[in-house]
Design a protein around this ligand. Sequence first.
Ligand code: PEP
Length: 256
Amino acid sequence: MRKPIIGGNWKMNRGTPKESKKMLESLILLVKGIKSVDIVICAPFTVLTTIYEILKNTNIKIGAQNMHFEEKGAYTGEISPTFLKDIGVEYVILGHSERRDIFNESDALINKKLKKALSMDLKPIVCIGEHLEEKEAGKTNDIIKYQINETFKNLTKEEILKTVIAYEPIWAIGTGKTATPEQAEEIHIFIRELLIRKFDKETANSIRIQYGGSIKPDNAEDLFNKRNIDGGLVGGASLESDSLFQIIKAADKTYK
Ligand code: PEP
């Protein structure tokens, strides 16, 4: 049994203390009592401390959206995983397509960050996924295979088991175009097969693979009903407590 995980990725769209507090106070009441879903809010760095105070003693965990691969040093403008741990952050998104595409993050760099996060006991949510042109050229599987091999290079079984994979087809992120449950499930099965080959069946079957890309209250349940989809990473629909709650409820209902 894999416990579904719903991550709300606020990106740079929500993050003042005032608006964050309002949203979270409402969400806390809505999700109170939900035990079969891991709920994570991934907020901008500047509001993480505020959020910690609001979310402590609730069933909502805190995630960051990025981190540096070193603990300290001359890296102006970067954030150390030590700082994140110190303020109670539990999860960290790594390799989001916006980091890969806009900030030129490579699989090798994401692998470095991943190894560091794991060594510091931060739980990584690692994003992979193909661009529209790659999908249209029939290259989705090649891209996914490459990303799995390079991003998860030299990971032990124990390490991959602590990692959440988010399959996010880039053409579906923020576009309103969701992969159909069948399309998403096909790739999730493919990812699991790659993990079987890389590790073993038992390990692969224990790893949580989220879907991400325009999840909304009205498509969440159909996606989460699929056997290999273990929750989702949610951007736009995570900004309001009501829509995020509907998605969390869908994950709770479809817990297999
Ligand atoms: C994301 O930010 O990872 C994401 C999936 O965004 P959206 O839900 O808005 O497509």
